[in-house]
Write a protein that binds this ligand. Structure first.
Ligand SMILES: [Zn+2]
Length: 142
């Protein structure tokens, strides 16, 4: 079961995906099909996430289609008719959206780690190390 907990972030992933299609797909028909695929994928993820499972080992999304009663395993490839015909399908769009959403979560955690490890490299952020007293009152101690 797939559950989108951060709806704002998922919305941003969808918006980015649409922007990318807009910028990179030149063929108008293909562009329209991908935009439709992304729109359907977004709705399916939000409404039928219970029938989806993300497999982090091979970055694929397993989708149980209620309509056809087929199970699709989508990453860059898919087993559906649309894919066979070389068309965009919402399964692949969904797999990509979910991957970007989940990777975004990891990236955010990683960047927090990067900031805190960076802090250790900066002397004045270390506890107390920036205080190097040379005098206490009028007495030189260093
Ligand atoms: Zn498909």
């Amino acid at each position: 079961m797939l559950q989108i907990e951060n709806k704002d972030k998922f919305g941003k992933v969808v918006a980015d995906a649409l922007t990318k299609i807009e910028l990179t797909v030149t063929d108008a028909g293909t562009k329209k099909r991908w935009i439709n695929a992304i729109a359907k994928a977004t709705a399916e993820i939000e409404e039928n996430g219970v029938f989806m499972t993300w497999q982090s080992e091979d970055h694929s999304l397993i989708i149980w289609s209620q309509k056809s009663n087929n199970i699709y395993t989508a990453n860059g490839h898919c087993q559906c008719r649309a894919f066979e015909q070389g068309s965009p399908c919402f399964h692949r769009a969904a797999a990509r959206l979910v991957r970007l959403y989940l990777e975004g979560e990891r990236t955010e955690t990683a960047s927090i780690d990067a900031v805190s490890s960076q802090a250790e490299e900066i002397p004045y952020l270390k506890n107390g190390s920036y205080i190097k007293a040379e005098r206490v009152g009028s007495v030189r101690i260093n």
